[in-house]
Ligand binder design. Structure first.
Ligand SMILES: Nc1nc(=O)c(N)c(NC[C@H](O)[C@H](O)[C@H](O)COP(=O)(O)O)[nH]1
Ligand SMILES: [Zn+2]
Length: 167
């Protein structure tokens, strides 16, 4: 049965704690959840999978791998009320030049914006440390994907996210 948002955001923060600290990114955790049943479809954290991966990206790759399909087709598995919890808002630009997670999330929606990830719950906005202001929320909303802030975890999320940045 569906849990409250804080429960899922706390689980996402638990994922972020698994991420190896690195000065050039943030330690983020994410969960893909079926909002109707409350079941967790995938969990992930920054750098969990090889290839300089992001937490949200790892969730999508792991779900795709579990069904033996390519990541760019994972939207086909996401019928119904699938949402993403991520401790930090999805990236809209990456210094590495890799495909941003906003684009990976939008890609999960089928023709005419059906299915796929319908809502993204975020713990914090991205600090303007690497790429300036993250304008991804507007892009997600343009594609019918609602972005909702789950308050209360900001301090912990940022402490974990920047642990690899030294002082
Ligand atoms: N939402 C989110 N999830 C992550 O797992 C992660 N690492 C970031 N971080 C955003 C930051 O903007 C990028 O980490 C830098 O722009 C460097 O880009 P790479 O990570 O090397 O592709 N943001
Ligand atoms: Zn990303």
């Amino acid at each position: 049965d569906p849990k409250d948002h804080a429960t899922y955001m706390r689980l996402a923060l638990d994922q972020a704690q698994e991420s190896p600290p690195k000065p050039s990114n943030f330690r983020v955790g994410a969960l893909l959840v079926d909002e109707t049943t409350g079941s967790i479809l995938a969990r992930g954290y920054t750098l969990e999978l090889e290839g300089n991966t992001h937490a949200e990206q790892c969730c999508l790759i792991k779900l795709a791998q579990a069904h033996d399909i390519a990541e760019d087709r994972v939207g086909e598995l996401l019928a119904g009320d699938v949402v993403l919890y991520t401790t930090m808002e999805p990236c809209n630009l990456r210094l590495s030049g890799n495909l941003p997670c906003v684009d990976r999330i939008i890609r999960t929606r089928g023709e005419g914006g059906k299915g796929g990830i319908r809502k993204v719950y975020i713990g914090v906005q991205e600090p303007e440390k690497f790429v300036g202001e993250n304008k991804g929320r507007a892009k997600l909303e343009e594609h019918g994907i609602e972005v909702v802030h789950v308050a209360g975890f900001e301090e912990d999320i940022l402490r974990v996210a920047t642990a690899g940045h030294g002082r």
